[in-house]
Write a protein that binds this ligand. Sequence first.
Ligand code: ATP
Ligand code: MN
Ligand code: MN
Length: 307
Amino acid sequence: GGRSAGKRSTGRIDVAEVSVSSPERVIDSQSGLHKIDLARFYCRVADWILPGLDNRPVSLLRAPEGIEGEQFFQKHAGRLAIPDIKHLDQSLDPAHPPLMEIDTQKALVGAVQMGAVEFHTWGATTDRIERPDHLVFDLDPDPELPWQRMLDATAFLLDILDELRLDAFLKTSGGKGMHIVVPLGRFHGWERVKAFAHAVSEFACRRQPDRLTATMGPKNRVGKIFIDYLRNQRGASTVAAYSARARPGLPVSVPIHRDELGQLKAASQWTVGNLGERLDTLNSDPWSGYANRQRITASMWRTIGAK
Ligand code: ATP
Ligand code: MN
Ligand code: MN
């Protein structure tokens, strides 16, 4: 042993059997956190993040020089040498190199070794890629709006989903807004699920036209929150629950209990630096009860006035 366990003369440090290079590189000047802190973070949250990555195509946001350096959004492994990473069947995305999947702690930390900060997944699993198993409402605010408006909009969408008798689960994006996730049985194809997400969004906007919009583009969003239903199309991705974000302070996308919504201070409330504290004191999994069995019914379509 040298000065600290696992440290080698090369300056590399082993985490989850991955030899992490440049461990002391500062990757975010706001928090001052190092590459090794991110590797240890993912090692720590592996049991929380892996269920959401398992069996799904994953895209990586890499920032090899730190989050202030160049960033690469990568859907294909290409020449990236990540231990344990799975290359998925070419037929899933025929025009491109193979998609990738991460389903072990070693692959997760291996991705961090290769500069990954964020993990984004498809809304379907690889075994039935044409049948989404959840839909996502990504709430994107006009940055000028007070945070309370985001809380109001989230609660409003949850009320509508209650009215439709759809169970929904909440997470912070780690950025500016909230993500509402509705688990689905794999009954419908992408077009149907996207059309439904769009129709629900339009329904919400008709009820609160001065607060919400379902039309993309910053001009349409002035003073409003955009309900981004476009996460729900084939090939689109959403940041995974418990993924860090390559933004100042290294915030994390974090699942919360519904009754925590009112106390939430910001979408970036939890970070790589402070999430451990939350996980240590959590009484139960905020997403316990998550089950992929819901179906979009004719009666739901009627309720929102579409078909
Ligand atoms: P915020 O709360 O700040 O809106 P967010 O995660 O909802 O955070 P973005 O980080 O802006 O929003 O990402 C939007 C979506 O686009 C993400 O779900 C991500 O999977 C996808 N994405 C991001 N960068 C790229 C890219 N370069 N190419 C393709 N898709 C991307
Ligand atoms: Mn968003
Ligand atoms: Mn968005």
